[in-house]
Design a protein around this ligand. Structure first.
Ligand SMILES: Cc1ncc(COP(=O)(O)O)c(C=O)c1O
Length: 368
């Protein structure tokens, strides 16, 4: 008898997933979290109009979704002022990142990202046999100039930048990002991940220019629209690249119910403004709680605040563990020196009250 013959690449990959989800942790702990502040979800929920649209669409779930995402692409294109053929809708940014890497990266191809940046991208690169080259953050920011220099040096197919950034929550202004686009070496594509753009100050996103083949931008309904579990994201890029996605995408990857929810969520600008206001308030509250405990919150243009615990990675890891033991779900960056921090998603008043209540004891225990 023989087993399935994995490819040498699949055989070589570690048996790991980039994220251990909160539900997995809850099963292991034998009890639920009281404050779910670790996955940068929107605790304010989706727009009530999106919920109603999804309820209605549920009865039609026997039909596959529209494989071309026609209606959603049409409204996105009209509102963003770009042609529909420059927009690709997919199963969240994570799904689109997988398609992009599959399109561009063959085994052995160079890809550039930052040491400690969003790990799902790295996971896809590894899965297609790409070779990752990493440059360090500079002062808790991703370093556009160093990323470009590394891309030129390695002949990279893709260079990844998240702006604003996860896990630090920091950001660059549009001018710096546009300068990066203008410096992309021939043969390289800038993958600009704008998952948190709705929470960033005006002037963070350079103008959209889908005629420019040097960059693809990705955005999501998971954060500001509160639809993380519905899995809807979109890419904006040059038409020939967007067209290529259709060669390799899942034919019916998009959930019909999610398509209806995203369409209604996009139309509800009042709800978006409400969430943006709550997130701005919540960031201040997390910063206040951090300072009240002698910790330093980093400035954030996202729906989370990264808190410097004032020591090394081991101290931050103990803070995280002690918070977890007290039913508060948070995460932390994976590499030094970013790992001196814990990352706390903006929650509603109730979740942040739990954080305020539990942090002093968690800190005391972590400091021993
Ligand atoms: C930088 C960044 N990109 C992408 C994602 C995932 O987005 P999606 O839910 O659309 O897959 C996240 C989620 O935390 C993120 O932080």
């Amino acid at each position: 008898m023989t087993g399935p013959r994995l490819t040498p690449l699949a055989q070589s990959l570690p048996a790991s997933v980039p994220f251990v989800g909160p539900e997995t942790q809850e099963r292991a702990r034998g009890r639920p979290f009281r404050a779910r502040l670790g996955a940068n979800e929107s605790l304010f929920g989706p727009s009530p109009k999106a919920i109603a649209a999804m309820q209605q669409a549920a009865a039609e779930a026997w039909k596959y979704g529209d494989a071309q995402n026609h209606d959603l692409r049409a409204v996105l294109a009209a509102d963003l002022g770009v042609p529909p053929e420059t927009i690709m809708v997919g199963e969240g940014i994570d799904g689109l990142l997988g398609y992009l890497v599959r399109l561009l990266v063959a085994p052995g191809d160079a890809v550039v990202t930052s040491e400690g940046a969003y790990p799902t991208f790295n996971y896809h690169v590894a899965g297609f046999g790409g070779v990752l080259h990493k440059v360090p953050f500079a002062g808790d920011h991703e370093d556009p100039e160093a990323l470009i220099a590394k891309a030129a040096e390695t002949g990279a197919k893709i260079v990844y930048l998240s702006n604003p950034d996860n896990p630090m929550g920091t950001w660059h202004d549009a001018g710096r990002v546009q300068a990066m686009i203008d410096a992309v070496p021939p043969g390289t594509l800038l993958m600009l991940d704008e998952a948190y753009i709705e929470f960033a100050p005006e002037g963070t996103a350079p103008p959209l220019d889908p005629a420019d083949p040097r960059v693809i931008r990705m955005r999501t309904f998971s954060k500001a629209q509160g639809l993380a579990g519905a899995r809807v994201g979109y890419a904006i890029g040059a038409a020939p690249l967007i067209e290529a996605f259709h060669k390799i995408r899942n034919h019916f990857g998009m959930c019909r119910v999610s398509q209806a929810g995203a369409l209604a969520a996009w139309g509800d600008k009042e709800w978006l403004a409400h969430v943006q206001g709550e997130v701005a308030r919540g960031r201040q509250e997390i910063a206040r709680i951090a300072r009240a405990n002698g910790l330093t919150p980093l400035p954030s243009a996202t729906n989370f605040v990264t808190i410097d615990c004032g020591g090394d990675g081991a101290l931050a890891r103990r803070v995280l563990e002690e918070l977890t033991a007290r039913d508060v779900f948070v995460r932390m960056p994976g590499v030094a020196p970013l790992d001196r921090c814990v990352r706390v998603s903006v929650g509603d008043a109730q979740a942040l009250a739990v954080l305020a209540e539990e942090l002093p004891a968690a800190l005391a225990a972590a400091r021993g």
